[in-house]
Design a protein around this ligand. Structure first.
Ligand SMILES: NC(=O)c1ccc[n+]([C@@H]2O[C@H](COP(=O)([O-])OP(=O)(O)OC[C@H]3O[C@@H](n4cnc5c(N)ncnc54)[C@H](OP(=O)(O)O)[C@@H]3O)[C@@H](O)[C@H]2O)c1
Length: 308
C-alpha cells in the first residue's frame, strides 16, 4: 500500500462511529485527513486530540450551502488541490414498518443517505476529474445487498447507494477515478441506538399498531445485533485498502462473519430467506396483532372498511 502524506482524505460524518474512527486511524497511519461533520464541538475535539494533524470542516450533507462552503474550506486548506479520496460515510438507519413509515421520514432517509452522498460526490469530483485521479469510497451496508424487515427505508437508501456506486465506478474509470463500496455488517457505533430512537418514536406514535409485538421485540433484536457488532477498525482497514491499495476492489464486506452470512443468505431461495427473516423479527401471523379495521381509499367509489 503506497502511503503518501500528500493525499488528502475527506471523510463525511466523521463526528462519530465509523467516520470518526476512520479519520483518527488514517491520520495515525500518516495520511492527511480532513474530518467533516455537523457538530462543531466534536470537530474541535477531534482536531485537538490529533494535535492539529486532522483538519476539520463543518459539513451537513443535506445542505447545498453547507456542501459549497465545505468545498471552499477544503480548497483553502489544500491550496486549491481539493480531495484525493472522498469517503462518503454520513448516514443513519431508520426502522419502522413500511405501512406506518411517514413520507417525511422516508424522504429524510434518502436525503441523507442517497441525495446527500451524491451531492457531496459531485461537489468534490471536478478537481479529481481534472487530475484524472482519485478515489471515492461509499459506505453502504450489507443492508444494501440483503433486506431485513422493518428497515425498508434504510435498505432502499443503501440499495440506491449500491446502484449509484456501480454506475459511478464505470462512468469515472476513464478519468482515473476508482469507486469502491464498503459494506459493513453490525459495527459497534451509535448506529443501532439511533435506529432504536426511530423505532421508539414509531412505537409511541402507534400504540395500536398491528406491529406492536414486533416493536416489543426490537430491544431484544438490538441486543443480539450488539453482541455480534465488530470494532470499527475492521471498517477503517477496509477504507484504507480501498483508498490506497494498488487494485481497489468494487466491494469490501466487513467483518468476515457478515461476508459469510451474506453468502449463505443470498444463496437461499427467496421464500426460505423471507421465512427466516420473518421468524427472526417476529413477523408471524400469530405474533402480529389482528388489524381491527383497515380503512383504505377504493378509487372513485370512496372508502371501504375491511374487518379482520
Ligand atoms: N454501525 C453499523 O452497524 C453500520 C452497518 C452498516 C453500515 N453502516 C453505515 O456506516 C455509516 C456510518 O454509521 P455509524 O455506524 O458510524 O453511525 P453513527 O455512529 O451514528 O455515526 C453516523 C455519523 O453520520 C453523521 N451524519 C448523519 N447525518 C448527517 C448529515 N446530514 N450530515 C453530516 N453528517 C451526518 C453523524 O453526525 P451527527 O452526530 O451530527 O448526527 C455521525 O457522525 C452510515 O452510512 C451507516 O449506514 C453502519
Amino acid at each position: 500500500m503506497s502511503k503518501s502524506n500528500q493525499q488528502v482524505v475527506v471523510i463525511t460524518g466523521a463526528t462519530a462511529g465509523i467516520g470518526r474512527h476512520a479519520a483518527e486511524y488514517l491520520s495515525e497511519r500518516g495520511y492527511r485527513v480532513i474530518a467533516t461533520g455537523r457538530n462543531p464541538a466534536i470537530l474541535a475535539e477531534i482536531a485537538h486530540k490529533s494535535g492539529g494533524k486532522v483538519d476539520t470542516v463543518r459539513l451537513d450533507v443535506t445542505s447545498e450551502e453547507s456542501i459549497a462552503a465545505a468545498v471552499r474550506e477544503v480548497d483553502r486548506l489544500t491550496a486549491g488541490h481539493g480531495a484525493d479520496v472522498l469517503v462518503n460515510n454520513a448516514g443513519y438507519g431508520m426502522a419502522a414498518p413500511l405501512a406506518e413509515l411517514t413520507d417525511a421520514d422516508l424522504r429524510k432517509q434518502f436525503d441523507t443517505n442517497v441525495f446527500g452522498l451524491m451531492a457531496v460526490t459531485r461537489a468534490f469530483l471536478p478537481q479529481m476529474m481534472q487530475r484524472r485521479a482519485g478515489r471515492i469510497i461509499n459506505i453502504s451496508s450489507i443492508g444494501g445487498r440483503i433486506t431485513f424487515p422493518m428497515f425498508g427505508a434504510y435498505h432502499g437508501s443503501k440499495y440506491a447507494v449500491e446502484a449509484l456506486s456501480d454506475c459511478l465506478r464505470m462512468e469515472l474509470r476513464p478519468f482515473g477515478i476508482r469507486v469502491s463500496l464498503v459494506e459493513p455488517g453490525p459495527i459497534a457505533t451509535e448506529f443501532a441506538n439511533r435506529s432504536m430512537a426511530e423505532v421508539s418514536k414509531y412505537k409511541s406514535q402507534a400504540p395500536e399498531s398491528p406491529y406492536g409485538p414486533v416493536y416489543a421485540r426490537a430491544d431484544r433484536l438490538k441486543e443480539l445485533s450488539d453482541k455480534q457488532a465488530a470494532h470499527p477498525i475492521k471498517v477503517s482497514r477496509a477504507i484504507e485498502r480501498a483508498a490506497f491499495g494498488r487494485w481497489p476492489s468494487a466491494r469490501y464486506v466487513v467483518p468476515f462473519s457478515s461476508a459469510v452470512m451474506l453468502w449463505v443468505l443470498s444463496r437461499l431461495p427467496t421464500s426460505w430467506r423471507d421465512a427466516v427473516m420473518r421468524r427472526f423479527v417476529g413477523l408471524t401471523a400469530k405474533l402480529v396483532k389482528p388489524v381491527a379495521q383497515v380503512t383504505a381509499a377504493a378509487g372513485s367509489s370512496g372508502k371501504r372498511s375491511v374487518a379482520a
